[in-house]
Design a protein around this ligand. Structure first.
Ligand SMILES: Cc1cc2nc3c(=O)[nH]c(=O)nc-3n(C[C@H](O)[C@H](O)[C@H](O)COP(=O)(O)OP(=O)(O)OC[C@H]3O[C@@H](n4cnc5c(N)ncnc54)[C@H](O)[C@@H]3O)c2cc1C
Length: 580
């Protein structure tokens, strides 16, 4: 039987809306309700299920933080962990330091499986599992939605395009996604018993780890508010408002003349191997804002126009054999660069933290702004807050939300060189990928997103499909709709789904929880259809229509037809509508 280590982080409860502190230097945590990070609860539940099924032996829960983390550890004991251990630090360290502590603990405890939540819902970094795997040179299977135990383990991973199945042997690192399981409730007798158990404690020095910080938070602020929207009361008024706002003319993101780079002598590498076409211009624009010289590494098959702002293209025709081989390769390539950039999608977030850890660097996730050569803006707390952070390391590693950067106008001829392919140890084998259509979400000019009230996969497609067709867009969904099986997981928009910014985002029957808004708040025009006038989405929307979506969406289609609005572009394909 194998031994499992499950880290559990104490975070602000997901339902609490946090604010910046009055001095604007940090998040105001005074008196807020705390809870176990929901993804860690899922990881712990999976470990307990593996134990109940006779596979796992001892489960060790670990938390890294001050004494109040003991409360979270006692909850872990009540939920089924055998031992609880706190690494005593005054405040939660950066992901790289957390990963170093966990990797050292995994070695000293002779752990076979490190089972983590895929991200903590406070810093939303999504890095620790990947970094641990890199530091331990173990296989990684991140964003797991199904685990099959065997001589070779198989894990189904939620990726932007659908589901990917990977195979590997223990020891390994697995990070849990939302749909891996539904955690059990803690029973009162178990809570009482957990109170009597010991929480072990040790200091970082006992593991030989120095937790000095490599980055510095400069400030925390709310994101800029959208201009107040309007309320409409009919389909005709809704279409008129959409036309007036230019939402029906197709989505052509404005291209910008590149502003001068903050570090003209710096060299940036944009790794576009896994990025969607629509992400590349934004990634290059971000790189060009930082560095005077930008190289792009991709498969060489995409149009040059997507790379405006780059000087050189490194073509790698062969796909990397595995995530670990890719990370090893990029970590070696990075020695020639001051900055390495990938898309903040399921591909970039998988390999980049691992490669950064191999380079001894703390990476930055979900960068949405660049304010200086070493100063970045990124979304935290599901996008409710924006932090400005300073990098103090020689090399900058980051995943970038491509939608936050305007494509650069005017492509110049690129120098082209061959690169790779990635070789090296492959501890993870990809067995297959089941496409679900989600790979088109980031490129879509319009998204018609549905929520819980849709009621079934058939109704989801039948009601929303015709509107998406008329808008020459595609379908998206809330987590509630995905969890209920009305839409595939890769259509999920939000904190733990895809981050999108189409020209038009129609939210039909979506309440507008912070976790959903995190994925779509930068859309060009937001149209909300909801029976509840006070739903957060109705307050966020540019055009809000209080109506039953089952009447409103067909009426909107009819109004578009009556007005003769036609939009150029290929009609979408809904043949893959419905769950995997
Ligand atoms: C760690 C964590 C991560 C999460 N990540 C995500 C994420 O990435 N994406 C995401 O979407 N969610 C995410 N969630 C879930 C999120 O908190 C919400 O629960 C979810 O977004 C709700 O989905 P919904 O709006 O479809 O459903 P509900 O909250 O049930 O809202 C349904 C809405 O439909 C309206 N309605 C009902 N009937 C009709 C009708 N006939 N016509 C029109 N309107 C109607 C209601 O008024 C309501 O506003 C996450 C949660 C957690 C804890």
């Amino acid at each position: 039987m194998f031994k499992v280590l499950v880290p559990v982080k104490r975070v602000v409860d997901y339902a609490v809306r946090v604010s910046p502190r009055s001095d604007g230097l940090d998040v105001d945590l005074a008196g807020v309700r705390m809870a176990m990070n929901p993804f860690d609860a899922i990881a712990l539940e999976e470990a307990v299920r593996l134990k109940e099924a006779g596979y796992a032996g001892e489960i060790v829960a670990v938390s890294i933080g001050p004494a109040d983390a003991d409360e979270t550890l006692r909850q872990a004991l009540a939920l089924g962990a055998d031992r609880a251990l706190r690494i005593d630090v005054p405040a939660s360290p950066e992901p790289l330091q957390v990963a170093r502590l966990l990797a050292a603990l995994a070695r000293s405890e002779r752990v076979d499986l490190l089972l983590l939540g895929k991200q903590a819902i406070d810093d939303d970094a999504n890095q620790v599992a990947q970094m641990c795997a890199g530091l331990l040179a173990w296989p990684q299977a991140c964003f797991a939605s199904k685990i099959r135990v065997g001589a070779r383990w198989q894990v189904e991973r939620e990726v932007d395009g659908g589901i990917e199945t990977v195979e590997f042997e223990l020891p390994a690192v697995i990070s849990a996604d939302l749909r891996l399981n539904t955690p059990r409730y803690v029973k009162l007798p178990a809570v009482m018993a957990a109170r009597r158990k010991t929480v072990e404690s040790l200091v970082p020095a006992a593991l030989g780890i120095d937790i000095a910080t490599l980055t510095h938070r400069l400030s925390v602020a709310r994101p800029p508010a959208r201009p107040a929207g309007i309320r409409v009361d009919s389909a005709a008024a809704c279409v008129a408002a959409m036309v007036e706002r230019g939402a029906l003319g197709g989505h052509n993101p404005v291209k910008a003349t590149a502003p001068p780079p903050f570090a003209p002598a710096a060299r940036a590498l944009v790794v576009g191997l896994n990025a969607q076409d629509g992400e590349l211009p934004g990634l290059v624009a971000a790189a060009a804002r930082l560095a005077g010289h930008v190289d792009v590494l991709d498969d060489g098959l995409r149009p040059d126009g997507l790379l405006a702002g780059a000087a050189r293209r490194l073509c790698c025709a062969a796909p990397a054999p595995s995530i670990d081989a890719l990370a090893d390769w990029i970590a070696a390539l990075a020695r020639d660069y001051d900055c390495v950039i990938a898309a903040a999608d399921s591909g970039g977030k998988d390999w980049l933290p691992r490669a950064a850890a191999l380079d001894g660097a703390q990476a930055f996730s979900d960068v949405i702004g660049i304010a200086g050569a070493d100063t970045l803006l990124r979304a935290i707390y599901a996008g409710d807050l924006i932090e400005t952070v300073r990098n103090r390391q020689p090399r900058l590693w980051m995943t970038v939300r491509a939608t936050a950067f305007r494509a650069i106008a005017g492509a110049h001829p690129l120098r082209i060189d061959q690169a790779g392919p990635a070789t090296g140890a492959s501890r993870v084998r990809v067995l297959g990928r089941q496409a679900q259509g989600g790979e088109t979400l980031k490129d879509a000019r319009a998204l018609v997103a549905g929520g819980r009230p849709l009621g079934s996969a058939e109704r989801f497609a039948a009601v929303l499909g015709p509107l998406a067709e008329r808008l020459r867009g595609t379908l998206a969904a809330s987590r509630a709709a995905v969890d209920a099986g009305y839409a595939p997981n890769s259509w999920q928009v939000g904190q733990t789904g895809q981050i999108v910014a189409p020209g038009v985002y129609v939210a039909a029957g979506i309440s507008g929880a912070a976790q959903h808004v995190a994925g779509m708040r930068d859309s060009g025009l937001i149209v909300a259809i909801n029976t509840d006038p006070d739903a957060p989405m109705m307050k966020l929307a540019d055009i809000a229509w209080q109506a039953d979506l089952f009447d409103a969406v067909p009426a909107l289609c009819a109004a578009l037809d009556a007005r003769g609005v036609t939009i150029a572009g290929a009609a979408p394909d809904y043949s893959r509508c419905g769950p995997a």
